[in-house]
Design a protein around this ligand. Structure first.
Ligand code: NAP
Length: 319
């Protein structure tokens, strides 16, 4: 990534222009930079990375109805309209929500992508119910720290994995069963689970199927993409076939075990983010920030995240 001067973004009728105060770094930024998602998200270089923002509305399009100049907001802008590693970004108002009043801009920027991921996995896809058992992998990461708190709020029993140094952190977020993945294998400990939020490799995914009770669900955010995802993104026939093949093995294994596999690629969603605002304002969910970098060090912030050891989120600060 290079720091350059470019023209101000064009503000469409339904857009708000946001002065960026903070942006968070996600592994998705790094994967896009490496070109890993070209089939699904064919960005043309040069483009601006960054999927999370907190800031102030400085202009509104002629048909904007929900926001006014001066509003403090946060968002995960939609795919193909990303670019929060910048001073200004134009975002469709439907992808924006008012920032929780009780947290800072840096904390707010840390929420949208991981918060919406956890919401769409646990609320939308899994329909997690009070009293159910959920296994959330990597509880100390960006998604994990949010998902544990959300699952506890929904009344579930939460098991998670992390390394020894982060055991106290995940317990403080509410995890009931904590497995040090460097010492123990979760597949020998967990049984009869209703839901797994899978964020790790193919081997972990395969083992996750075996801890579910019949009819249980594994929702994977680390692949492989499935045919439903192809429908969601309106993929062409070639991509649809590729997605079918990529997930054929795991879908077959799930079927044999009588459990369900589905892939989630989170999407921008201002309404859901407004629900998340309420949970944060009522103190149910607290942001977890590992490190804040100045804007000029966004490359260093990306390198830090790529190491895979972040405790919660990494944020870049512009103002
Ligand atoms: N599909 C989607 O919509 C979507 C959305 C968000 C994220 N994702 C993907 O989901 C994955 C996780 O994202 P993230 O933002 O939460 O990552 P992250 O914040 O970078 O995760 C870092 C954390 O993972 C833990 N960890 C590393 N290896 C582990 C292992 N083998 N078992 C358990 N924990 C381990 C680390 O804890 P220790 O230091 O203790 O090891 C660290 O706290 C990434 O691949 C990301 O791209 C997908």
């Amino acid at each position: 990534m290079q720091l350059v001067d470019i023209a101000e973004p064009v503000v469409k009728e339904t857009d708000v222009l946001v002065e960026v105060h903070s942006a968070a770094v996600n592994l998705l930024d790094s994967k896009l930079r490496k070109g890993e998602f070209k089939m699904i998200l064919p960005y043309k270089t040069p483009f601006i990375l960054g999927h999370d923002v907190a800031g102030v509305v400085t202009k509104v399009g002629s048909r904007v109805s929900k926001f006014n100049v001066g509003d403090e907001v946060y968002a995960r802008p939609a795919d193909h309209r990303i670019g929060t590693f910048a001073e200004l970004i134009a975002i469709n108002e439907k992808d924006v929500a008012l920032k929780p009043k009780n947290i800072s801009m840096q904390e707010a920027a840390s929420i949208p992508l991981v918060g919406l991921t956890a919401w769409q996995a646990l609320v939308e896809k899994a329909n997690l119910k009070k009293g159910q058992k959920v296994f959330i992998q990597a509880g100390s990461g960006g998604v994990g720290t949010f998902a544990i708190q959300l699952a506890k709020h929904m009344g579930a029993t939460v098991a998670t994995t992390t390394s020894g140094t982060n055991i106290e952190l995940v317990k403080s977020l509410g995890a009931d069963i904590v497995i040090d993945y460097q010492k123990d294998d979760f597949v020998t400990i967990l049984k009869g689970y209703d839901v797994v939020l899978n964020s790790q490799d193919a081997k972990t995914l395969e083992k996750s199927l075996r801890i579910l009770k019949p009819g249980g669900k594994v929702i994977s955010i680390s692949g492989p993409p499935d045919p439903d995802f192809g429908q969601e993104i309106n993929a062409n026939w070639f991509l649809k076939i590729a997605l079918k093949l990529l997930s054929a093995g795991i879908r077959k294994k799930a079927k044999r075990l009588g459990v369900n596999f589905s892939f989630l690629f989170m999407r921008a969603q201002g309404e859901q983010l407004s629900q998340i605002t309420k949970l944060i304002e009522s103190g149910v969910i607290k942001p977890v920030i590992d490190k804040v970098f100045p804007f000029e060090e966004t490359n260093e912030a990306m390198s830090y995240v790529e190491k895979g050891r972040a405790k919660g989120k990494v944020v870049v600060r512009l103002r």
